[in-house]
Design a protein around this ligand. Structure first.
Ligand code: COA
Length: 303
């Protein structure tokens, strides 16, 4: 395909080039479809964790089920996280606090494994979201080993409120991601970038514009966490955990804001492409109508 593309660039007949380009795009799409039915190697991270077991899912339906299950898993764990953080807000039991932190370590660690499996199976999840979950595992680990001194108690309430808020945002994310997944399945497609179906991207954009304000409030909450931890670094009982957590919350804030902002133009572009497609289709329909109107009197005459 690369060689053909190169030699096509030297071709000057623009009409032939256009049709060839279209054919190439079709072929690329077909190759992508074929690729999805072939097993892929696991990658280093999965090989270390799982050993020599292949995790490729070769059936479209099973891939859909796996992704759906992943979204459900996140939902169930965010409900449990919500309950535990509310309980921690109204009680002061160290064991409960530590259980919650341990659950967070386990949850984020599990997410990194599930996401690596999704990636092997063709998911286009951005590198940052995967790294975000690796970093969240580390953040939860540091929180788990943070001694319960005065500095921790100054941050504890804020951290629990943060988790309550994140659980609500995760529920909203679940509704959005599930909506996308089921609509794509109904359209018979796996990836939204491959389709131009009127209505889909505008639905997606509506869902996203509802979600975005909640996400950004969450990001500024992360920045606020970083700031409070930064001020707590000078607390007489502060340990190394405080500045390290402050830095990690800052990295999470920056990465999340940059990645989410980068998604917006891409989604707007998809929506614009949809709109153009809609205009194109309606123009063709109008032309067809006009053509059939022109034909009508002729048939009357012949009658
Ligand atoms: N976690 C896991 N997977 C994600 C993801 C995330 N945060 N964001 C996107 N994906 C997946 C999508 O499900 C899709 O998967 P697929 O290829 O298997 O179908 C793929 O990555 C490509 O998604 P993309 O088109 O880039 O974005 P989207 O429309 O699915 O989602 C956002 C866009 C902004 C809504 C989404 O990235 C998101 O919710 N981000 C916020 C996450 C966050 O900040 N969490 C912390 C809260 S404070």
């Amino acid at each position: 395909m690369g060689l053909i593309s190169k030699s096509l660039k030297q071709l000057h007949a623009s009409e032939i080039r256009e049709t060839m380009d279209k054919d190439m795009m079709k072929r690329e799409q077909q190759l992508h479809e074929i690729e999805q039915t072939l097993p892929k190697p696991n990658g280093t991270y999965l090989s270390i964790i799982l050993g020599n077991v292949n995790v490729s899912i070769l059936n479209k339906n099973d891939k859909f089920k796996y992704k759906d299950e992943y979204e459900k898993f996140k939902l169930v764990l965010s409900v449990i996280g919500f309950i535990l953080s509310v309980l921690n807000l109204f009680t002061n039991i160290r064991t409960l606090e530590l259980s919650f932190m341990f659950l967070l370590v386990w949850y984020y660690c599990t997410l990194t494994i599930r996401e690596s499996i999704l990636k092997v199976n063709g998911s286009r999840i951005k590198g940052w979201w995967r790294f975000h979950h690796f970093l969240s595992t580390v953040v939860s680990g540091v929180l788990l080993v943070w001694p319960n001194t005065g500095a921790w108690y100054s941050f504890r309430g804020q951290f629990m409120w943060f988790n309550v808020y994140i659980s609500v945002v995760q529920y909203l994310q679940f509704r959005y991601q599930r909506g996308v997944l089921y609509r794509l399945k109904a359209l018979g497609e796996r990836h939204n970038m491959d389709i131009t179906i009127e209505g889909f991207h505008s639905w997606m954009w509506r869902g996203l514009s509802f979600l975005l304000p909640f996400l950004f409030v969450g990001y500024f909450f992360q920045l606020y966490n970083a700031y409070i931890l930064y001020t707590l670094a000078s607390h007489p009982k502060a340990t190394w955990h405080v500045p390290v957590l402050s830095l990690m919350f800052l990295v999470l804030f920056l990465g999340n804001v940059i990645t989410t902002i980068m998604v917006i133009p891409q989604k707007l572009q998809d929506r614009f492409r949809d709109h153009l497609h809609g205009v194109f289709v309606s123009k063709i329909q109008d032309r067809k109508k006009d053509a059939s109107k022109d034909e009508e009197p002729k048939t009357e005459k012949s009658d």
